[in-house]
Design a protein around this ligand. Sequence first.
Ligand code: 5GP
Ligand code: ZN
Length: 114
Amino acid sequence: MGDCIFCKIAGKEIPASLVYEDDQLVAFGDANPQAPTHMLIIPREHIPSLGHLDSGHDQLVGRALRLAAELAKGKGLGERGYRVVVNCGPDAGQSVGHLHFHVLGGRVMGWPPG
Ligand code: 5GP
Ligand code: ZN
């Protein structure tokens, strides 16, 4: 937590292009975008990964997913579509140990992911 880059973004200790914030969630542009639209949604709470959620987080995660849909719609992606991704752990390529939801769109995406 003390040196967590996403906690620092949520606390405005380091800058990011914020697109949304409330008492529970913060959304901002990814510093290394993988699509024309690439936002990250994070909880303010330092949760290391998807695997660290408990039942007390159910409402938070529901809100995060609904926010993903709202932000994507706000970017004009509601009709053509978008992708919401959570990387969990080393095999998935999680590189920041603070739960985050990628919201990607603006180009056609392949499946399966690499
Ligand atoms: P992960 O690989 O953990 O699923 O995703 C971490 C994401 O955080 C990456 O897409 C990376 O580009 C982004 N990221 C890492 N550091 C920063 C930062 O300081 N600012 C912003 N805006 N994004 C970051
Ligand atoms: Zn954190």
